[in-house]
Write a protein that binds this ligand. Structure first.
Ligand code: ATP
Length: 241
């Protein structure tokens, strides 16, 4: 089956600073790949390249078997690190606005909004202003919005930042279910190892712009001789997760 995402030999510089180099990564449908890396590892740079916010300098990115171009981004959903909802609009108005930008209208848009609000357990909040929601609910609205146009690939840049523990855990469960139950491919940047599902997820460990390790959790742990993920992360990066 054609991979959802294929990255080869990807490099990026900001002036003299090499932020990414020689990055190879493949993502299949239904795969949840946790992109792990300490601050400055290059995660946001990678997302910038995947979403074309940054121009490709070196290497290649293929989406759904084709070289990355703007029209292919119509099949990608993105949840950025910084919240981007309009706080003065209701949940539903935010979704309608974004859906219209994606070319969805009328009944079709209404059905998509209903489905995503239901999936993220937000149906009762639809008429509330976003300003009145807590951080966890706001994050869920952003995820619902990113899924409105039914993307095949979801990019998440540290989606749980600033949330309390129970809210984080709920959100983490929602996200894993998207890959497991809906076949969505997820590339999920974080520096928190407790977001990893050690049975189902694959790991990609980025450090100082290079991919140090990539694959399912158990063989990576076995190969490094580390007993747990915290030890494994520390072993590779010298940083505590
Ligand atoms: N606009 C920029 N100009 C110069 N250097 C930059 C720029 N953006 C990022 N960098 C540098 O590139 C490297 C990778 O940064 P990047 O933001 O991609 O890492 P990150 O893994 O997303 O970090 P964080 O977890 O802190 O968001 C860092 O050394 C950073 O200082």
């Amino acid at each position: 089956m054609t991979p959802v995402l294929e990255i080869s030999g990807l490099g990026h510089r900001y002036g003299q600073r090499q932020a990414l180099s020689g990055l190879n990564l493949t993502l299949a449908a239904g795969e949840c790949c946790i992109l792990l890396g300490p601050n400055g590892a290059g995660k946001s740079t990678l997302f910038g390249l995947l979403t074309r916010l940054l121009a490709l300098q070196q290497g290649s990115i293929r989406l759904f078997g084709e070289a990355l171009r703007p029209s292919l981004l119509g099949r990608v959903g993105v949840v950025f690190q910084q919240p981007t909802l309009d706080l003065d609009l209701t949940v539903e108005q935010n979704l309608r606005y974004f859906g219209a930008l994606q070319g969805l209208h009328g009944k079709a848009l209404g059905l998509r909004i209903d489905a995503e609000l239901e999936r993220l357990q937000l149906a009762e909040r639809r008429r509330e202003r976003v300003r009145a929601l807590n951080g966890g609910h706001r994050r869920r609205v952003e995820i619902a919005r990113a899924l409105l146009h039914q993307p095949a690939l979801l990019l998440l840049d540290e989606p749980t930042v600033g949330l309390d523990m129970p809210t984080r855990q709920q959100l983490i469960a929602h996200l894993h279910a998207l890959a497991r139950d809906n076949g969505l491919a997820l590339l999920w940047a974080t520096h928190l190892i407790d977001e990893i599902d050690p049975v189902h997820d694959t790991l990609a460990l980025l450090h100082r712009g290079q991919l140090l390790a990539h694959g399912p959790v158990a063989p990576l742990l076995a190969a490094s001789g580390s007993g747990d993920l915290a030890g494994w992360f520390d072993h590779h990066t010298g940083a505590l997760p």
